[in-house]
Design a protein around this ligand. Structure first.
Ligand code: NAD
Ligand code: WQD
Length: 340
């Protein structure tokens, strides 16, 4: 089984390549290196002892991807490639629509041309917007509040329309909550460019002394300790969900042209709870202060993941403290190597 993993040397893609290879699948990757480093290809081999076939290509340039399909019989695609920074998407909407939408249309045209009609798509819980209640189920209303989230929602609809037009198309949409942590080997992990926007990399850089202190964005929410709640999912558990979805789609077990799954722990954790868990897991005291709310933040977001548990046979299994320890180990390796 030969799988094309787009954006496959990025954060989630690289962890997924490891799990696919561990299951004996052949992996082909393309990436334009916009937010990834080429040495991740070697790291994946170091972890698994197996090779991947890498192409540097940009999905905005359809012909740059053609050699991939000319030189490989691709059985299915896991589509990670895309821009994902919410704040940047507000400043540069055209960049996000060009990259994420046009790029995906180019990819799908090539898939169709080369008779590859199975895709697992990286969607996001961001398509739910601010839910009226939690936990969120897959049939909750969809609503986005930023261009990034809108590209995800649009792509879900585009892929659904493809499947309606051609019954041979099968798509699984995986809506990730908040992926965090790093591979246990600390060979791969999250490598944010510049000042991290997401909580965990900012937290570990603060613990490392790279950042002066972590600002906790608000403690006046309607939550037990006043800080926002999220569903933090270990990136390796998330990667394993893709193997389950790939197995399902490749064995033609899907019962609908488009299937949708929430991929999270099903448990909400507040920012302050997460800080406490980090300090307990690592023994490192974190310097933080409570500041005002961040614009656009949603008070409570966590998923009902019963469908993924039942139908995909997948469940997040890594305790939060182990996940946070993996993030800290990764940060320590980055520091040892003088990278961050
Ligand atoms: P990432 O930035 O680490 O990985 C995305 C990869 O795609 C990068 O390696 C980047 O270089 C590549 N890429 C971007 N545009 C490209 C293009 N035009 N052509 C070729 N390659 C391109 O991000 P990630 O956290 O691994 O996210 C992977 C996917 O999961 C994204 O689609 C993202 O929207 C989605 N997602 C991420 C999160 C999260 O919090 N990390 C949550 C929900 C969904
Ligand atoms: C988590 C919590 C902050 C930083 C984003 C995207 C979403 C998805 C996942 C792509 C929030 C708090 C954060 C800090 C803080 N990405 N926080 N201080 O906003 O839940 O989701 O990443 O699909 O689309 O929106 O993640 O890590 O930014 O924030 O207090 O310095 O941590 O308020 O409650 P978020 P995050």
């Amino acid at each position: 089984m030969k799988i094309l993993v787009t954006g496959g040397i990025g954060y989630i893609g690289s962890h997924t390549c490891v799990e696919l290879l561990k299951q004996g699948m052949e992996v082909v990757v393309f990436d334009n290196l916009y937010n990834a480093k080429i040495d991740v290809v070697d790291k994946i081999k170091e972890i698994t002892g197996k090779e991947i076939t890498f192409y540097q290509a940009d999905m905005r340039d359809k012909e740059s991807m053609r050699p991939i399909f000319e030189e490989n019989k691709i059985d299915a695609v896991i589509h990670f490639a895309g821009l994902k920074a919410v704040g940047e998407s507000v400043e540069k909407p055209l960049l996000y629509y060009q990259n994420n939408i046009t790029g995906t249309l180019n990819l799908c045209e090539l898939m169709k041309e080369y008779d590859c009609k199975k895709m697992i798509f990286s969607s996001s819980a961001t398509v739910y917007g601010a839910p009226k209640t939690v936990p969120i189920k897959e049939d909750f209303p969809l609503h986005t509040t930023n261009p990034y989230g809108t590209t995800k929602l649009m792509l879900e609809q585009i892929l659904t329309d493809f499947c309606k037009a051609d019954p041979d198309w099968h798509v699984i949409l995986l809506r990730y909550f908040n992926p965090i942590g790093a591979h246990p080997t600390a060979f791969i992990g999250e490598m944010p460019n510049g000042v991290p926007q997401n909580l965990i990399p900012y937290l570990t850089q603060t613990a490392m002394g790279i950042r002066k202190e972590l600002s906790v964005f608000g403690d006046d929410y309607d939550t037990p300790d006043g800080s926002c709640i999220r569903d933090y999912i270990y990136v390796v558990d998330l990667a394993k969900a893709h193997v389950c979805a790939m197995t399902r789609i490749m064995e033609d077990q899907t019962t609908e042209p488009v299937e949708v799954y929430n991929i999270g722990t099903g448990t909400g954790t507040s920012v302050l709870e997460l800080i406490n868990a980090f300090e307990k897991a690592t023994g490192v005291k974190l310097n933080y202060k409570i500041v005002g709310r961040r614009a656009g933040d949603i008070e409570k977001v966590w998923g009902n993941v019963g469908k993924a548990n039942k139908v995909l046979g997948w469940k997040a299994e890594t305790p939060l403290e182990d996940v946070l320890a993996s993030a800290w180990k990764w940060q320590c390796v980055l520091r040892e190597k003088g990278i961050m």
